[in-house]
Design a protein around this ligand. Structure first.
Ligand code: TPP
Length: 895
């Protein structure tokens, strides 16, 4: 085996060892006599002298591959060695139950999947947290918040089992939620899903990267609530336990600088550096720990490397020439993994055998002792020291880079193996080896049957487990959904202008912002409203809110804004209400989720409105919205500058024709595409009532546009139709056609009806579709209920337009799929028009012609449906000419 280190890992050559020693001696003596503060000062001075001399020197940002905390700085372990022994036994039992859960499920149904190796490596990191640091929500403390690494879920269930919160039956239904429900018990979801286990999990983390970014914005949101005087912080911590592979996700790293900039010392990341991800090593040819140290340190986090266990301490103590530390620094991750997968004899030969100096270290240990040399993340004392230091840190977030072995204790079957991530079946011999490794009191038969093990209630382990959780406020994780109601103001108090618009011109965005301004002023609800933007407030006409409620900034405003003289000046304030997230949709949605779940996470309902370019919502950060839905978020997502032909000029990457397709796929997302300000008002009113009063776990997606238009007043009796998705706005005596227009294209259908009447003497009704997705959901539900003989109710759309057989033409500013979704429930010939294809930069009129959705095209399509087969080609061409349409143009979706 070639153990030669890559060139870049080698230290620069020391050309004058004596001079080096003198400098180091001088520094050591300063530390000893004048203290660390003085030593730091001198180092800073040296660095600036080096800069002044043009040395171009900077700190390498990578410290040696050893623990950050020196043994002499470690605090004593609470309860000492006896407690450590108990907790190690507990960790062994938890590992077993977690393993048994996965293997049992897969013995029964090979397709169920699950993970053993991740929790096996993370168990000790979790246990020190559970036994000493993670504080639950209690009567007088709001609780720490823990973001759990998703594929360690079996271990968290295993703990809840020992705590008596889950029973054998629950564990036997790991990944079998449907079967469990059928047999009257609660199944265990694959990963943390509050939707599926609403009393247990708080945060969905199953999609890599969501946990890290969400936890950062959660820590920030806690500060926001505190600075606005809504919630006392109580030194609460947000802990995130994540995998080193997960750090590859852009979202994992996206908000590191925000965390440091905002001095989030309420945030601790524990990164389980088992050096492996799914397929293989994270950085086989390098060090993921070093890479993360550079990234986090560079962003301003305090980095704690927790690499080696206590049994390495005597070796490092003898390492006066740094040979051991050097060798470890040179050993790349792929090689460290190979060492993890092999026994003491192998490690003696291939690691300690590299040089006579290293061999001398190896000679101090037996093969068995080498085999058992721990990595830092498996040593409770070292973990405790790191967590303790993390909780003491002030002014900066902390990351603990904990080195572990993937599949720790899985022996030849899994520890450090390339394939260990996927391992979910183990042979009996491997199971017995596992039992022996963790000294579990299980017979061979119990092992063979994969029996779950819970020690007797009066055993030291169980007593300790319960005592520690009692001392820390109770069991975790636990989700408590507060049913605190927020009073919803009357619609007239903030939206009278929309209900009685009387032809006044405004865009729906302007209307929304005006309603928000009104809600913000409400004496009771106002302070719970959280306006969120990602650097687009001015685009949406929200600049007046800068002055009205201020922009949140933890530091207040340390400068005099350039526009201080204007009424709407850019006002930042410590108690500012607007979250202005800069150009980060991922950040803004994470803030939105924190606010939208505050009712459960903090017992404090908030009402967030996140307003953004609709194209940069579901398409850009759809997975974060999906996670918010899982988390039972309640709030408003406002897709502004929406509509593929309504956002003129911006072109292909900005013009949204699809967000309503995706919104419709999220079960608890209620999506609307309103045309009028009064429709918007009714939707916002109903949304607030459902979310804040009736405590429904739904959230709203509403598209608004920047097209000014005359706003009619609200017709009587239209509320139900607006909310159910369809209401008639122009009736006629004997309609020959029904035109359905959605959102910004409603005006085109009204104009089309006028054209039909004026030029072709055809009477057409016009309907406003506020939500195709709500109509479709209703249709699906009614159809199913009818088939299953549960109800005879007709879908709303059928009831409303089912009176005649006159053709129905539906138009939306989204792809046809949106209007197509209700076809099955329209009991008449049905034609859909939409904006399939890539957007273009041009005027609204040109775009609507291009996508064939303007009044003339609607008119032409309506006529062709009405008179199908009754006119010659020449007659159709004449009609097209009359309307000014080009029948030979290319299909927009191919153009
Ligand atoms: C967005 C996303 N992509 C891929 C996956 C599939 N996946 C689950 S775990 C995993 C590897 C995780 O490695 P790491 O974070 O190092 O955790 P470990 O199991 O090694 O502790 C992958 C790729 C996922 N869950 N989410």
């Amino acid at each position: 085996m070639d153990m030669t280190a890559p060139e870049h890992l080698l230290r620069p050559i020391d050309t004058d060892a004596q001079e080096t020693a003198e400098w180091i001696e001088a520094l050591t003596s300063v530390i000893a006599t004048a203290g660390p503060e003085r030593a730091r000062f001198l180092l800073s001075q040296l660095a600036s002298s080096a800069r002044a001399a043009g040395l171009n020197w900077r700190d390498a940002r990578i410290t040696p591959y050893i623990n950050t905390i020196r043994p002499q700085d470690e605090p004593p372990y609470p309860g000492g060695a006896d407690t450590i022994a108990i907790e190690e036994r507990l960790a062994g039992i938890l590992r077993w139950n977690a393993l048994a859960m996965v293997v049992r499920a897969n013995r029964a149904y090979g397709e169920l999947g699950g993970h053993i190796a991740s929790y096996a490596s993370a168990a000790d990191l979790f246990e020190v947290g559970f036994n000493h640091f993670f504080r639950a929500r209690s009567a007088d403390f709001a609780g720490d918040l823990i973001y759990f690494q998703p594929h360690s879920a079996p271990g968290i269930y295993a703990r809840a089992y020992l705590e008596g919160r889950l029973d054998d039956n629950n564990l036997a239904h790991y990944r079998q939620e449907i079967a469990a429900a059928a047999s009257g018990t609660q199944g265990l979801s694959s990963y943390p899903h509050p939707w599926l286990m609403p009393d247990f999990w708080q945060f969905p983390t199953g999609s890599m990267g969501i946990g890290p970014i969400s936890s950062i914005y959660q820590a920030r949101f806690i500060r926001y609530l505190e600075h606005r005087g809504l919630l006392a912080t109580q030194e609460r911590k947000v802990w995130g336990v994540f995998g080193d592979g997960e750090m590859d996700e852009p979202e994992s790293l996206a908000a590191l600088s925000l965390a440091a900039r905002e001095k989030l010392d309420n945030l601790v990341f524990v990164i389980n550096c088992n050096l492996q991800r799914l397929d293989g090593p994270v950085r086989g040819n390098g060090h993921i720990v070093d890479e993360l140290e550079t990234l986090f340190g560079g962003a301003g986090w305090h980095v704690i490397k927790l690499l080696w266990g206590s049994d390495w301490d005597p070796l490092f103590a003898r390492d006066t020439h740094g040979e051991l530390a050097d060798a470890l620094s040179r050993t790349v991750d792929g090689q460290l993994q190979t060492f993890a997968a092999n026994d003491g004899a192998f490690n003696r030969e291939h690691f300690f055998g590299q040089s006579p100096a290293l061999k001398a270290f190896g000679d101090l240990l037996t093969d068995e002792e080498i085999d058992r040399l721990k990595r830092g993340g498996h040593d409770l004392k070292k973990i405790y020291a790191a967590y303790h230091a993390a909780t003491q840190q002030r002014g900066r977030p902390v990351v603990i880079l904990a080195q572990t072995k993937k599949g720790f204790g899985m022996g030849k079957a899994g520890q450090g193996r390339m394939t260990t991530h996927q391992q979910k079946k183990l042979e009996l011999a491997d199971l017995i080896e596992f039992r022996d490794r963790f000294q579990l009191p299980l017979s061979d038969t119990q092992v063979e049957h994969l029996e779950f093990y819970r020690p007797p209630a009066d055993s030291p382990e169980m007593r300790h487990l319960h005592e520690r959780r009692a001392a820390l406020g109770g069991y975790m994780p636990q989700r408590i959904s507060s049913s605190k109601n927020l009073p919803v103001p009357s619609i007239e108090s903030y939206a009278a202008f929309a209900l009685e618009a009387d032809g006044k011109e405004m865009s729906s965005t302007m209307a929304l912002v005006r309603m928000m301004g009104g809600l913000l002023k409400d004496a009771h609800l106002g302070k719970h409203v959280v306006p969120i933007v990602a650097d687009e407030a001015r685009t949406f006409g929200m600049a007046n809110l800068f002055r009205q409620v201020g922009i949140y900034s933890a530091q207040g405003q340390l400068y005099q804004p350039e526009d201080i003289g204007s009424i709407l000046y850019y006002r930042e304030a410590k108690d500012g209400q607007i979250l202005e997230e800069g150009i980060s949709e991922a950040g803004a949605i994470s803030s939105w989720t924190a606010a939208a779940t505050s009712y459960a996470v903090h017992g404090l309902p908030m009402l967030p409105f996140y307003i953004y370019y609709s194209m940069f919502g579901f398409q850009r950060i759809g997975d974060l919205i999906w996670a918010a839905a899982d988390q039972r978020a309640r709030g408003f997502l406002i897709g502004a500058t929406s509509g593929r032909t309504t956002l003129g000029g911006e072109g292909l990457q900005h013009q949204d024709g699809s967000s309503h397709v995706v919104a419709a796929t999220i079960p608890n997302c209620i999506a609307y595409d309103p045309a009028y300000a009064y429709e918007l008002a009714v939707i916002v009113d109903d949304g607030m009532r459902r979310m804040l009063t009736q405590q429904e776990d739904v959230f709203y997606y509403i598209t608004v546009t920047n097209e000014n238009e005359a706003q009619p007043s609200m017709p009587p009796e239209s509320r139900e139709g607006i909310l159910r998705g369809l209401h008639r706005i122009q009736a006629c005596d004997t309609p020959q056609l029904r035109l359905l227009g959605a959102g910004p294209l409603l005006k085109e259908t009204i104009a089309a009806a006028a054209l039909l009447q004026e030029h072709f003497s055809i009477q057409a009704e016009v309907w406003s579709v506020t939500s195709f997705s709500e109509l479709a959901r209703d249709g699906i539900a009614c159809e199913r209920a009818r088939r299953l003989k549960q109800s005879e109710a007709l879908p709303w759309v059928t009831q409303q337009i089912g009176e005649s057989n006159a053709p129905v033409i539906a138009v939306s500013d989204y792809v046809r799929t949106v209007a197509e979704s209700v076809r099955a429930y329209v009991p008449a010939p049905y034609v859909t028009l939409g904006t399939d294809g890539f957007g273009r930069s041009d005027t609204r009129a040109a775009l609507r012609d291009f996508f064939e959705v303007d009044a003339r095209w609607i008119c032409y399509v309506a006529l062709s449906e009405l008179f199908a087969g009754q006119k010659t080609d020449a007659e159709w061409r004449a009609i097209a000419d009359q309307l000014g349409l080009d029948l030979d143009k290319a299909m927009p979706s191919n153009a």
